[in-house]
Design a protein around this ligand. Structure first.
Ligand SMILES: *Cc1c(COP(=O)(O)O)cnc(C)c1O
Length: 405
């Protein structure tokens, strides 16, 4: 049998391995030049915002909530079709989640979904809205930002992108073309470099922002909230000997965490980021091959839905399958594909249905999220695949679903 095709996997070459080994032979294994270099390289790729790297995508989201001062009594809007971490970041700081519905075809939050979710704020302060660029498809940023700006509240909610799927994605608005991470329509954007994502650090994350004060605070809270800037010291008599700050001195004025990324991970990130254009081009070619083949499958299997104004660097290929009409369960289709050496996955179980969130907020009905969930199946998509692999997956999928070719 041919090689097993997982739904996603990293591409690591000898130069990536050499980059990590170089760090191991150097003086700094953490908080060293590779971390600063990775942040600078990401900033360049995004169009020059500030970038703060952290341990993973979850810590990036958590830090975003901390620096915005989100806390108990506040609410944040999160689309229900996402990974757990988007909603959990809101809970880590003691705030509440309003789950928004999503488009049943794409799984992405639409303007009307945001409006409807905001109507459920019931006078509570909406601190942030967290659009998720599901599978790399960019949410309608301009429209979401304008809804946030118009929301009647002293300080409008911040837009915090969960861009964990979307490094390399672009989008267009009435004003031009933008790269995800550029933060022209958001306060912050968050990325993950988990091995199934578009570039891999093993574990790794980053937050980009145009706000230098927020960037400084992200960096501070990433490392215990330690302040080393003498101008800001509050314990002046401990900090200074005459006019000179004591060389060992630091202060903690707010509590932070150890959310640092290592230099080994950052060096891998730098090396991987150089290949981003190549990875994205490869993913786009594979997506085009899938789209071409699935377009001809009839109503039972539909290609991944495209979104207006979004030019995705797709992390996932989410086919939409009418399991009911096919008379097969999703579990049966997944098992049949697995027997053919093909891995698939479901992204995602709507988060509002998780027992933890049901216990907090009760049963909610979000028809778009449930409709998307009922049909979605992520097919293998990673740069080392060949067009022949796509053909093999589609052949096996048609057999498994019962589509005659
Ligand atoms: C992967 C992912 C995260 C979390 O990233 P980690 O690096 O795994 O912590 C958050 N949101 C989404 C949408 C993700 O896919």
């Amino acid at each position: 049998m041919a090689d097993f095709l997982p739904y996603g996997r990293q591409t690591i070459d000898e130069d990536d391995i050499a980059a990590v080994c170089d760090v191991l032979r150097s003086d700094y294994l953490t908080s060293g030049p590779a971390v600063a270099g990775f942040e600078a390289a990401l900033s360049q790729a995004f169009g020059d915002p500030h970038v703060v790297a952290s341990a993973n995508g979850t810590t990036a989201l958590h830090l975003s909530m901390l620096v915005l001062g989100v806390g108990p009594g506040d609410v944040c809007v999160v689309p229900s079709v996402t990974f757990l971490a988007t909603a959990n970041a809101v809970r880590y700081v003691g705030a509440d989640v309003i789950f928004s519905d999503v488009c049943p075809e794409s799984g992405v939050m639409r303007p009307q979904d945001l409006e409807e979710a905001l109507a459920r704020a019931d006078g509570r302060k909406v601190k942030a809205i967290l659009p998720v660029h599901l599978g790399g498809h960019v949410a309608p940023m301009e429209e979401l930002a304008s809804i946030a700006a118009r929301f009647p509240q002293d300080e409008p909610p911040a837009i915090v992108e969960d861009a964990c799927h979307a490094i390399g994605s672009r989008y267009s608005t009435s004003e031009g073309d933008f790269t995800v991470g550029d933060c022209r329509h958001s306060t912050m954007a968050n990325f993950s470099f988990h091995p199934v994502k578009t570039i891999a650090c093993g574990e790794g994350g980053a937050t980009s922002t145009r706000d230098s004060a927020l960037a400084a605070k992200l960096a501070e809270l990433r490392s215990h909230g330690m302040v080393r800037d003498a101008e800001r010291f509050q314990n002046r008599n401990l900090a200074f000997e005459g006019d000179e700050a004591n060389p060992w001195f630091y202060e903690m004025q707010e509590i932070g965490y150890n959310f640092r990324i290592t230099d080994m991970q950052a060096a891998l990130g730098i090396s991987q980021l150089r290949k981003l254009p190549e990875f994205v081009a490869r993913r786009r070619a594979l997506v085009a091959a899938y789209n071409g083949l699935l377009q001809e499958c009839g109503p039972l299997i539909q290609p991944n839905a495209a979104l207006a104004n979004s030019s995705p660097a797709q992390h996932l290929y989410a086919a939409r399958i009418d399991f009911g009409a096919a008379g097969r369960t999703r579990a049966q289709v997944m098992a049949a594909l697995r027997n053919e050496g093909i891995g698939t996955q479901v992204h995602y179980i709507p988060v509002h249905t998780q027992p933890y969130y049901r216990a907090l907020y009760g049963d909610q009905v979000l028809p778009g999220a449930e409709g998307f969930y009922s049909k979605t199946l992520s097919l293998p998509l990673f740069p080392a695949m060949e067009t022949a692999d796509v053909e093999r997956v589609v052949r096996a999928l048609k057999n498994a679903v019962g589509v005659n070719s």
